[in-house]
Design a binder for this molecule. Structure first.
Ligand code: SAM
Length: 284
């Protein structure tokens, strides 16, 4: 299936628009901003640090959500554009930026067809974001295209082997069938996949696996409930399981998954969420 607007047939363009509408409502469902507050907040500054963002850099944050990476980048003096598919999340980001005194631009955009000129940014970043665009090659091509030669691309992605990779394998069988050509999000957290999608156009100089420790939940079931209430992909998989009469099976699979992923003890649950931090220079 072709994925870029200049190679799509009208029927493919319609199918892609319908798919992105579904993705937009998936990410607007629940309460993703509350998840960021609860345990995801450290990831944005980690990516900004790895990307070595400083005053005067022009930065594009792709699939920026509520600006978890964009806002710290702007607070370092960079000129930041936060782009995302989901207007509700951009709106929450605008409010958060106002509260924190950060100034940046917010642009609704699909990572697979970014509305920016070739080479427009010094740094292109994405924190657990671009990995959710379904057509990985199209999205990678766009990251490379909008980064200036000699500029940097820096990404933070959940790994396939980590806890969120496992979550996607657990909920996948309950979710609506993926569209043709879609690849699983956690593939972006594999070193080999990054080398493949960038294909020599980016010289990767940092590839580091690390973990986000989560201790905000008393019991593993509380973490499972958090995902069921707030996380779009989990909400959509559960609704589909309900339609298929498999909701109980879904609940057992999800609760069981977080039980076995828990590394905590009597003082509370503890999870380690593995991610891959990657940075590279865009070759001329
Ligand atoms: C897990 S959230 C991450 C948001 C943010 N980067 C953060 O660190 O909190 C995934 C984001 O990807 C966005 N997204 C999903 N598909 C996208 C696409 N095709 N183009 C742009 N953004 C997309 C969603 O709207 C959502 O904001």
């Amino acid at each position: 299936m072709s994925t870029t607007s200049d190679t799509q047939t009208p029927a493919e363009a319609d199918a892609d628009a319908a798919l992105k509408t579904r993705h937009r409502s998936m990410w607007a469902a629940g309460g993703y901003p509350e998840m960021v507050e609860a345990f995801l907040e450290p990831l944005g500054p980690r990516l900004v640090e790895a990307a070595r963002i400083g005053p005067g850099d022009t930065v594009l944050d792709v699939a920026a959500g509520t600006g978890n990476a964009s806002i710290p980048a702007a607070l370092r003096g960079a000129r930041v554009t936060a782009s995302d598919l989901t207007p509700e999340l951009l709106e929450a980001g605008r409010a958060r930026a106002r509260d924190l005194g950060a100034e940046l631009d917010w642009v609704e955009a699909d990572a697979e067809r970014l509305p920016f000129a070739d080479g427009a940014f010094d740094k292109v970043i994405s924190a657990i974001g671009v990995m959710f665009a379904p057509h990985h090659q199209a999205a990678a091509d766009e990251l490379v295209r909008v980064c200036r030669p000699g500029g940097a691309i820096a990404l933070l992605n959940w790994t396939p082997e980590g806890t969120i990779g496992g979550l996607f394998r657990t909920i996948g069988p309950f979710a609506p069938a993926p569209p043709p050509g879609a690849q699983p999000p956690p593939l972006w957290g594999s070193e080999g996949h990054l080398a493949e999608v960038f294909g020599g156009r980016v010289e990767l100089d940092l590839l580091e696996r690390a973990t986000l420790e989560v201790t905000a939940f008393e019991r593993p079931g509380d973490f499972a409930a958090h995902f069921k209430r707030l996380y779009g992909p989990t909400i959509v998989a559960q609704a589909n399981a309900r339609r298929e009469g498999r909701e109980r099976e879904f609940e057992e699979a999800l609760d069981g998954y977080f039980e076995q992923a828990d590394l905590g003890g009597p003082d509370g649950a503890r999870f380690e969420l593995e991610y891959l931090l990657a940075r590279g220079v865009r070759r001329p």
